[in-house]
Design a protein around this ligand. Structure first.
Ligand SMILES: Cc1cc2nc3c(=O)[nH]c(=O)nc-3n(C[C@H](O)[C@H](O)[C@H](O)COP(=O)(O)OP(=O)(O)OC[C@H]3O[C@@H](n4cnc5c(N)ncnc54)[C@H](O)[C@@H]3O)c2cc1C
Length: 371
């Protein structure tokens, strides 16, 4: 039984899915977002939320372009979406300090600074001693120095997902709960999606299933090489005033969020689809936090979250039309930068659906490239 119809069925209510729905709504295309659990209940609701387009040497060009676009889109959203939707996603300016504890780390960081300084809209400098303490006095005295990036921002990812979803809904998108189990087709055209208890007819499908996107390989007839990379975050009540900057070292980070808690992460774990917080991760995140800011040793863990980043086999986004289909698109593979990338990936997908074209260079992200 076909219970309802929509122009486009979007499978997955994470940031990639809701961003696509949002930009489709703005283009006048209605969609239904089908989410198995709750909107933003996986990685999109439990990420850190650092926003920056300052790359590092060797960063893949087209991914960097998407990041730059997204940074602009989030700035635009921050100016309007909270008022329009009543959901404040706590977008704010927050500089970043990447700390160095060894001569090798400092040398590598300094080598990258001229490259980073080419990024428009940011100020990048090397700080040490009193200049570093002035930005954040609680940085470890063992730090030899830090790269300071000004012009970066952060936001609260769960609220962001809610705000974009609400913006999409206000523009005509619908949300339904259910697990999509397959597609209906006539030749190369998709005619609907199958759920356990019903079918939803549609003229196009967007696969935005995050780390579970590989499950769509069987429906589409080609391999979507995306899997889970587990990451954990602690939220802590820490002594003293809020950190004045976001601290980073060796892939870990910490910042005081507007909720007054220090959010500290993270881990990169190959743990399949297990989203359980672990004691090992808690210990390693605490160790990195205390290395960056020793006074945090007295902090109390208020909450620990674990979730799964969608990571592709070559670590690049998976974005664009599905080969062999006229009207199916894939938007996933954001990895560790999936919050930053989602706005642009959603806009690209909506543009492809609404106009058949995008102004972004997405050839390298071809969903069929893994076959
Ligand atoms: C600890 C941690 C910190 C992070 N911090 C940052 C950060 O600071 N900056 C940054 O840019 N990125 C960050 N990320 C990465 C970012 O969170 C993810 O890349 C991004 O949220 C992925 O969004 P998504 O919509 O692709 O996937 P998801 O958020 O996983 O959404 C996919 C959705 O699809 C649904 N779904 C799957 N299968 C089906 C089905 N068959 N039927 C219906 N629904 C289905 C799922 O239930 C899920 O809700 C972080 C990630 C982690 C784990």
């Amino acid at each position: 039984m076909t219970s309802s119809t929509a122009d486009i069925a979007i499978i997955g209510g994470g940031l990639a899915g809701v961003s696509t729905a949002y930009y489709l709504a703005r283009a006048g295309v209605t969609s239904v977002v089908i989410e198995r659990d709750a909107v933003g209940s996986h990685a999109s609701g439990h990420a850190y939320g650092g926003i920056s387009a300052v790359g590092v040497a060797g960063m893949h060009g087209p991914t960097h372009e998407l990041m730059r676009r997204s940074v602009r889109l989030y700035r635009d959203m921050a100016a309007t979406l909270p008022d329009e939707t009543g959901v404040n996603f706590e977008y704010r300016d927050r500089s970043m300090l990447t700390l160095c504890f060894t001569d090798e780390e400092a040398e590598a960081a300094k080598l990258g600074i001229p490259f980073q300084q080419r990024e428009k809209g940011y100020t990048v400098s090397w700080l040490e001693g009193a200049a570093l303490s002035e930005v954040e006095p609680r940085v470890s005295p063992d730090a030899l120095g830090a790269v300071h990036v000004e012009g970066t921002s952060d936001l609260e990812p769960q609220r962001l997902t809610t705000a974009i979803a609400k913006g999409a809904e206000m523009g005509g998108a619908r949300f339904e709960q259910g697990v999509v189990t397959g597609l209906m087709r006539e030749g190369s055209r998709v005619t609907g999606v199958t759920l356990a208890d019903r079918r939803i007819g549609c003229g196009g499908v967007v696969v935005a299933m995050g780390p579970w996107s590989g499950a769509a390989s069987a429906w589409l007839g080609f391999r979507i090489a995306v899997g889970p990379l587990k990451g954990q975050i602690l939220r802590l009540r820490a002594p003293g005033p809020p950190y004045r900057a976001s601290l980073g070292w060796a892939g870990s980070y910490a910042v005081t969020k507007p909720d007054g808690l220090v959010w500290a992460g993270t881990t990169e774990e190959e743990a399949g689809f297990d989203e359980t917080p672990t004691m090992e991760a808690r210990a390693s995140i605490m160790a990195d936090l205390v290395k960056m800011a020793p006074a945090a040793a007295d902090a109390q863990v208020v909450r620990q979250t674990a979730c799964l980043r969608p990571l592709s086999e070559d670590r690049a986004p998976v974005l664009g039309p599905a080969p062999g289909w006229e009207d199916v698109h894939v938007v996933t593979g954001g990895g560790r930068s999936g919050v930053i990338l989602s706005a642009a990936m959603g806009q690209v997908t909506a543009d492809l659906i609404a106009t058949g074209a995008t102004d972004m260079p997405i050839e390298d992200f071809d969903p069929g490239r893994f076959d």
